[in-house]
Design a protein. Structure first.
Length: 177
């Protein structure tokens, strides 16, 4: 919070430190939303530029990183809409093959998110990655609230199923009988 206050007062090195500390988090959110790495880098840079220009609007009601992640998410949504990356245009993503998955691949959140449809991934990322409420995500996506809630629920159900330990495997706890 102190760095954001200094940055709002015009301290450029303080803002630079905020970018250094939170840049990877913002890029990670954008990649989880579906952006290719180079686009995520570009949009993260654009988000920080917008944050720098509007730093006086940051009132400290939440974290700085949460604020800049919302800016980045909205930038990606605009790009997503402009480029027509909807479920109809892109189609449902293929489910990642189940097979004999290793423990490491079972807990790969990025891989699991890629198994969601673009709309499910977008809604889950906005609500859980960018910290938006369902209503805020619906407004940002210009979608009905019920649709966003449905995408989030289906997406979370798929993620739980994908990330759950295989049936019959030990989860590290001993059974007492």
């Amino acid at each position: 919070m102190e760095l954001a206050t200094l940055a709002a007062a015009g301290d450029r090195p303080a803002f630079g430190e905020l970018v250094r500390r939170h840049g990877s988090s913002v890029r990670g959110l954008l990649r989880r939303m579906g952006a290719e790495p180079s686009l995520a880098d570009d949009l993260a840079q654009d988000a920080f530029l917008a944050a720098f220009e509007r730093i006086a609007e940051f009132r400290g009601e939440g974290t700085f990183v949460g604020w800049v992640r919302r800016i980045a998410a909205r930038l990606y949504i605009r790009r997503w809409r402009r480029d027509g990356l909807t479920d109809q245009a892109e189609g449902e993503l293929e489910e990642v093959t189940g097979g004999e998955a290793t423990a490491a691949s079972r807990i790969d959140l990025d891989g699991a998110l890629k198994s969601l449809s673009p709309s499910e991934r977008m809604c889950v990322s906005l609500c859980y990655g960018a910290g938006m409420s369902h209503a805020e995500a619906a407004e940002a996506l210009n979608a009905p609230l019920g649709t966003v809630k449905s995408h989030v629920k289906r997406g979370l159900d798929k993620l739980r199923q994908r990330l759950a330990p295989p049936a019959g495997s030990s989860d590290g706890r001993r059974e007492h009988g």
